[in-house]
Design a protein around this ligand. Sequence first.
Ligand code: PRP
Length: 191
Amino acid sequence: MREQPYDQGVRVLFDAAAVRERVSQIGRDIASGAPGDDLVLLAVLKGSFIFAADLARAIPKPLRMDFLGLSSYGRETESSGIVKITQDLSQPIEGAHVVVVEDIIDTGLTMAYLLDNLATRKPASVKVCALLEKPSRAIRNIRIDHVGFVISDEFVVGYGLDYDERYRNLPYIGVLDPRRARRRAVREIRG
Ligand code: PRP
């Protein structure tokens, strides 16, 4: 039997070239708006790992990289708003100018939690950078300083974003057909 392409059921929304161009622009914007010397790019894991890696290289300024692992309790494709820190920062951010890098802001619950948490660590400033924003789903109003693309309420995968831990390695951002994803999961469970 012929092997099916690993991205079957995914429709391209922003191809690799469009993503590259947008990330370069955001990198320049962050560099020109960054006050002070101590710039920290704080990537929220796991979804932002590819975006953050490309973004860091698009910022022509000295910076520190750090990573924060977050996961929502009790979720499949929906955010619960109850967030657990699975991996904490490696260094203090007191007095630093922090740019939080997220792959997507959906309900805004995760970012609201994170911003409250970061404020207790006394950074000089905190900005939010999200590759994707889904305003139609917003529950908490988050001020996003840098946004890649505003999207409608579709299930997106690729360029770091997953469905059930898959598709993060697609070099583009795509929309996953939920029926296909379900059928695939059932096939795999049956073997
Ligand atoms: C995603 C994304 C954000 C959050 C956004 O993370 O990376 O952290 O959901 O959703 P919200 O605005 O509705 O709170 P996810 O929990 O899927 O984990 P991942 O980054 O490891 O894929």
